[in-house]
Design a protein around this ligand. Structure first.
Ligand code: GLU
Length: 418
């Protein structure tokens, strides 16, 4: 089964809890638009190379399409279609006036020079700009794209359009129409979701033991704020290694080391100097099956498989990555009573602050970081409470509850304009 059909399967459990018409189901299962383009770039050696670019839009019932652009070798039509569908659900769960969008280029950015990367980013926009717009489809960063790439893309778009329209991309640098708080937003939003869930469960409000798989931008900002709020980050990993330390890690120190040297090292600050501390090297699988209170997969898709799910010991999983738990693993975790906070809720802080960026661009008025975070918190708490309540009332998983509440919002919009 291709990725897109697998993604659609996630709708099935929700349909046991809500009733919607067949005509709505037909609409919600079908992407509205998928565009494939050839992006021709002159490489540094003078040769022309062609890259496959894509942009998919899934359901604009609630508003213009919204979602990232990834630069990754796995990008293809099926992947962007399933990720656009996920974005449509995510935006509905988060209460944002958007449909789903996702795009990408099949490329390994490690093979490109900085100049080639800029030409590819601008080339993507030249090929697709007619399909983008503040009220049409609003991209943002995703895997291997960042604020700098959003700046090149926005600039290219404005040149082609002949006027400044900064709200067409989000996740831009703060000095070029970006929002304060955007780069930490996904981790921060995930933490607000956790806080809301802690209030409703026996999970410790402080001192919870947390394992984070993937200490990148998202996992790193989650870890930083969780540690600041008194939780203990006992395990961290990146793509090459995983570390365990019973008394917890100094996340600020590890992130500072990683920023400078690019690798994960067990360090802490002593008199403002980074010094090495004792830690145990563990495998990626050991990290995912540690006896901790909270497990945070913040790396790649499908990292918690059936085989790993059987050995998971944490009480709560916060999916900061997109799709880190396979469908079969999900079933096992549900039977074991593990609370899985689904990606469409847990990592929606990123697109929520993207929305706030878009609002600020369009108003021409900019908020302080405190104002942005307060608004983010309000939206994350409301979305979590809504999903939690549905799951308690219907005795279903949080994932089924999230999909059900999202589908109901989409269904209401569909019925209103029928
Ligand atoms: N790429 C992010 C996501 O998957 C952010 C999308 C956005 O900000 O539009 O949620």
């Amino acid at each position: 089964m291709n990725l897109f059909n697998q993604a659609l399967l996630r709708l099935k459990p929700a349909l046991d809890h809500i009733s919607v018409s067949d005509e709505f189901l037909e609409v919600i299962r079908t992407p509205e638009r998928v565009v494939q383009v050839a992006i021709k770039i002159k490489m540094d050696n003078g040769r022309i190379r062609v890259f496959d670019g894509y942009r998919a839009v899934h359901s604009t019932l609630l508003g213009p399409a919204k979602g990232g652009i990834r630069f990754h070798p796995s990008v293809d039509e099926s992947e962007v279609k399933s990720l656009a569908f996920w974005m449509a659900i995510k935006c509905a769960v988060a209460g944002l006036p958007y449909g789903g969008g996702k795009g990408g280029v099949k490329v390994n950015t490690k093979d490109l020079s900085i100049g080639e990367l800029e030409r590819l980013s601008r080339g993507y926009v030249r090929a697709l700009w007619k399909y983008l717009g503040e009220d049409e489809d609003i991209p943002a960063p995703d895997m291997y794209t960042n604020p700098k790439i959003m700046a090149w893309m926005t600039d290219e778009y404005c040149v082609l359009k002949g006027r400044k329209e900064l709200g067409v991309f989000t996740g831009k640098p703060v000095s070029f129409g970006g929002s304060l708080g955007r780069s930490e937003a996904t981790g921060m939003g995930g933490f607000y979701v956790l806080q809301t869930i802690q209030k409703m469960t026996a999970l410790p409000r402080s001192g919870a033991r947390i394992a984070i798989q993937g200490l990148g931008n998202v996992g790193g900002s989650f870890g930083r704020i969780a540690a600041k709020e008194g939780h203990v980050i006992v395990a961290v990993s990146d793509s090459t290694s995983a570390l365990y330390r019973e008394e917890g890690f100094d996340i600020d120190a590890i992130l500072a080391y990683k920023e400078t040297f690019g690798s994960l090292r067990p360090v802490e600050y002593k008199n403002s100097e980074l010094v090495e501390v004792d830690a145990k090297k563990i495998t990626h699988e050991e990290l995912l099956t540690l006896d901790v209170d909270i497990l945070v997969p913040a790396a790649v898709e499908d990292s918690i498989t059936e085989h790993i799910a059987r050995d998971v010991k944490s009480k709560v999983i916060i999916e900061l990555a997109n799709g880190p738990v396979t469908a079969a693993a999900d079933q096992i975790l549900e039977e074991k009573g593990v609370i899985v906070v689904p990606d469409v809720l847990a990592n929606s802080g990123g697109v929520t602050v993207s929305y706030l960026e878009w609002v600020q661009n369009r108003m021409g008025m900019y908020w302080t970081e405190k104002e942005v975070n307060e608004e983010l918190k309000k939206k994350m708490v409301a979305a979590t409470e809504e999903v939690w309540e549905f799951s308690k009332n219907r005795n279903c998983s949080l994932r089924t509850a999230a999909y059900s509440t999202a589908l109901m919002k989409l269904y209401r919009a569909f019925e209103e304009c029928k």
